[in-house]
Design a binder for this molecule. Structure first.
Ligand SMILES: [Zn+2]
Length: 686
């Protein structure tokens, strides 16, 4: 593992924060925390924590010793100095005299001793940092360290790797008892430079930020080298036989999404976003004969159980030639997972005296031979986290099994972690946005209305796919929305291209819920003189392309089996034709009929079909030069032209976007038309 420390960068950051009055040691703490947080094999998704002990001056001019320790929920990779809130050390030290301290009392004690009452909650591992005497302490759940920490003969392996430089701490879940035990073990071995916590991770410490960081990199590297030196081929990874033809992810995932949505029978939300993940290493694991055995053993670190539960749900390989049998087998596997989870909860809740609130019983990680792993979450971001954690678990198992046996904590410890009171207290907090868990695909997504629509759906919590002929422009819109918005090049007049685009959406998010068929363009010309090819081109883009999009959308929505919404950008031209605009208006009139036809034929599937009729929107279709021309033809200023409606207000792309969002939210409305034109009697629906 590379040591990324740079004295120049460190000095620059110290100087930068000195201008803000930040203590140089806290600035260095910030620097090396970011180095650790930038390497996923060391730290991912809020895992790990770091600290520094410094002296600050209070309002009376008195010196106060404080522990600056990572705030709960902060990410080491992007941490700022205020991400290490300062806690008074002396009172924390006094708590060590107690025999026990409940988690709630511990959190309360930590908060009471914050210098800044507005600061985030100090990490749940604060006391461990407080009870070790070192100035700098680094803690990670490094994949390699957790592989070593999973071995039953941890003590002897550590001695072999580190000699007497490291001591081992038996597994206890994070909190007061672990902090006391780790401090006792350190005090019995005061020359050690680090601790390996069984089934958990690694601590290193030193008097300088650099020393503690260097030790972390050195010790993880020593573990890596040990594994490389002693790795043996593991028979359990002998491949199982796979079907001749494996279903592509784009076909398999909407089936799984549908099965997950129905598996909990109303005890969990219906919609989940999926994140598939594959690599040679993942495939070796999920296609291996030992998969069921490893899955039963459990996770590699306590935090993993919170993200992916104690084990993944194992599915059969999706045989493309026996799709129906696979669907039934997958349904049975998910049902068995749910039943086992319910039994686990009942058993463990009874053991711990009852009173726990059951979490939903659905898996967060699926293992699919032939495909890889699939993260399950309430959003693409959450599903990706589950897949990342799943991959880290697989890496730890593979590393541990290469030199010994991977062992996890037992069921009781899994439950204590999964149903930790501090985690239970977070339940029910934070409302989801109205369109969370929904995947939205928007054609013409790079244009003014399409981009505004994509942004509006993303703001409502949806994950969005932006389909556009202009792939680069779609990419810019996606980037402006966020790292998980998906850009896809798609020619809506080419049915194969539309099919591929929907496959890409499904392969990325697991399926789709709302489709905004928005792409369009206008062809002008008086009907009697119109060349046939112009009218046909108008129908290709403004009618048949919508049909192609709708067909693909219905294909996915019916596979999932929990309904969805088809939204079409029609036009006022559908009901209020414009002079010399027949090549646009006639296919749009046909499109309005198409919307109603889909509403009629798929209401029984829970699929709603609705239209938005917009007019006079500044966009690719109504360009600045057209606005100037039309305003001049009517002897109006451009503003007067654009405001020529009952409300006297220009209608913007964002207003059309709101109409699409509104139509998506109206759950009992189908075959409906929402007019967005500021009011125009001639274009009113009748
Ligand atoms: Zn930890």
């Amino acid at each position: 593992m590379d040591n990324l420390w740079s004295e120049d960068d460190a000095a620059r950051l110290v100087a930068h924060y000195a201008a803000e009055g930040v203590d140089p040691d806290l600035a260095l703490r910030t620097y090396s925390s970011r180095l650790l947080g930038g390497v996923p094999r060391l730290v991912m998704h809020g895992g790990g924590n770091t600290s520094v002990k410094i002296t600050v001056t209070d309002l009376f001019g008195e010196p106060v010793r404080v522990l600056c320790v990572k705030g709960s929920g902060r990410d080491l990779g992007s941490i700022e100095p205020d991400g290490h809130p300062a806690v008074r050390l002396e009172p924390l030290a006094r708590y060590r005299r107690l025999d026990t301290l409940s988690d709630e009392d511990m959190v309360n004690a930590q908060r009471q001793n914050l210098l800044d009452t507005q600061a985030p909650n100090p990490s749940v591992e604060t006391l461990l940092h407080a009870y070790l005497p070192h100035r700098f302490i680094d803690h990670t759940h490094s994949v390699t360290a957790t592989a070593i920490a999973a071995l039953p003969n941890l003590e002897s392996v550590c001695r072999e790797i580190y000699g007497d430089r490291v001591a081992c701490v038996p597994y206890i879940m994070p909190g007061f008892a672990l902090a006391k035990l780790a401090a006792d073990i350190y005090e019995a071995n005061p020359a050690i430079e680090g601790l390996i916590l069984a089934k958990h991770g690694i601590f290193t410490f030193g008097d300088t930020a650099r020393r503690s960081y260097d030790l972390m990199i050195e010790m993880v590297t020593m573990a890596e080298e040990h594994i490389a030196r002693h790795a043996r081929p593991t028979p359990a990874f002998a491949p199982i036989g796979l079907p001749e033809r494996i279903m592509p992810a784009a076909t398999a995932l909407p089936i799984l999404r549908g099965l997950l949505g129905r598996a909990s029978a109303g005890r969990a939300p219906t919609r989940w976003v999926l994140s598939p993940r594959s690599s040679a290493r993942i495939r070796r694991f999920v296609d291996g004969a030992g998969l069921a055995d490893y899955a039963r053993r459990g996770v590699a670190t306590p935090e993993q159980v919170i993200r992916i539960k104690a084990q993944p749900c194992l599915l059969p390989a999706p045989d493309a030639d026996r799709a129906d049998q696979w669907r039934v087998a997958a349904q049975d596997a998910i049902a068995a997972f749910v039943a086992e989870y319910d039994a686990y909860f009942a058993r463990q809740n009874a053991r711990t005296g009852g009173g726990k609130r059951q979490l939903d019983p659905l898996p967060r990680l699926l293992a699919v031979p032939g495909l890889g792993i699939v993260g399950v979450g309430s959003s693409a971001a959450a599903a990706e986290i589950a897949a990342d954690i799943g991959e880290a678990w697989i890496d730890a198992v593979l590393d541990a099994e290469a030199i010994g046996r991977f062992e996890s904590i037992g069921e009781d410890d899994h439950f204590d972690m999964e149903y930790w009171s501090l985690e239970q207290a977070k339940l029910g907090k934070g409302m989801e946005k109205p369109l969370a868990r929904h995947v939205v695909a928007i054609t013409g997504g790079a244009g003014a209305i399409g981009a505004a629509t994509a942004r509006a759906f993303a703001a409502m919590g949806a994950d969005v796919a932006i389909l556009d002929l202009d792939h680069d422009q779609a990419g810019s819109v996606a980037t402006s929305i966020g790292p998980r918005a998906l850009a896809i090049g798609c020619d809506v007049t080419d049915a194969a291209s539309v099919g591929r685009a929907f496959d890409a959406v499904c392969a990325r998010f697991g399926g789709v819920d709302i489709v905004v068929s928005n792409a369009g363009a206008a062809h002008g010309g008086a009907m009697a003189d119109l060349p046939d090819r112009v009218l046909r081109a108008g129908f290709e883009l403004n009618f048949f392309a919508h049909q192609s999009v709708a067909q693909n959308a219905v294909r996915v929505l019916r596979t999932q089996g929990f309904g969805g919404a088809l939204l079409f950008n029609v036009s006022k031209q559908a009901v209020n034709p414009g002079d010399a605009f027949g090549a646009y208006g006639t296919p749009k009139a046909a499109l309005l009929a198409l919307v109603r036809q889909y509403a009629l034929e798929h209401g029984r599937d829970g699929i709603r079909a609705n239209a938005v009729n917009a007019d006079r929107i500044r966009s690719g279709l109504l360009s600045d030069s057209m606005i100037a021309e039309r305003a001049a033809a009517r002897n109006l200023s451009e503003d007067a032209y654009l405001q020529g409606n009952l409300l006297g207000q220009e209608v913007r792309a964002e207003d059309v976007a709101q109409a699409f969002v509104g139509a998506a939210l109206l759950e009992r409305s189908t075959g409906n038309v929402t007019t967005v034109d500021g009011g125009n009697v001639a274009a009113m629906m009748r």
